[in-house]
Design a binder for this molecule. Structure first.
Ligand code: IMP
Ligand code: MG
Length: 187
């Protein structure tokens, strides 16, 4: 573990990976796809706090189906950029999902540990169906076999912030997706 103090460079100095317009276009497309795939069924969107909150808010408005929200929270990486591998549920769903069509909504599918844990947990509740929507996908980083059904962008192994995604809880409110510089001390 690093002993240096984290440094938080301004987001304006970071390279933009995806602009707000690019994000909006992909979210609209996924929303249309989900609307078509579920034809008239009502769905439950389950967001993984906190990173998926902004993606879920936009996705819900791009889906033309009766939908409800719920949220789960799992243990985070804290200030480390690499996962310990251990995932712990901090907040469970509020409402039953048995017999419902569920979409788990995540910010990034990285090693896959978080989503495979959550998928297993949600399947125990016997939903009618369970799919995964992830804003970003880093396929190179996968440690366990899991794929998302809906992905806005596939990216290489780069650390990104913005559009809900953080580095040590910062930058979640940055409206576009930016590359966090790899030469910054403290991680
Ligand atoms: P996984 O269990 O490794 O798939 O972890 C996924 C989680 O790691 C995401 O929900 C993010 O919170 C976090 N994460 C992975 N890559 C990044 C990144 O580039 N920026 C910010 N958070 C990330
Ligand atoms: Mg997260």
């Amino acid at each position: 573990m690093s002993t240096s103090t984290p440094v938080f460079p301004p987001a304006s100095e970071m390279e933009i990976l995806f602009s707000t317009q690019q994000i909006a276009a992909r979210v609209e497309a996924i929303g249309r796809q989900i609307t078509a795939d579920y034809a008239e069924h009502s769905i439950v969107l389950i967001g993984v706090l906190k990173g998926a909150a902004i993606f879920l808010a936009d996705l819900a408005r791009a889906i033309d189906l009766d939908n409800t929200f719920d949220f789960v929270a799992v243990s985070s990486y804290g200030r480390a950029k690499v996962s310990s591998g251990a995932v712990k549920l901090i907040k469970d769903i509020d409402n039953p999902i048995e017999g419902r069509h569920v979409i788990l909504v995540e910010d990034i599918l990285d090693t896959g540990l978080t989503l495979s844990y959550l998928r297993g947990l949600m399947l125990q509740h016997k939903p009618a169906s369970l799919k995964i929507a992830s804003c970003l996908d880093k396929p190179e980083r996968r440690l366990v076999p899991i794929e998302a059904d809906y992905v806005a962008f596939k990216i290489p192994n780069q650390f990104v912030v913005g559009y809900g995604m953080d580095y040590a809880e910062r930058y979640r409110g940055v409206p576009d997706i930016r590359i966090f510089p790899s030469n910054v001390a403290g991680h």
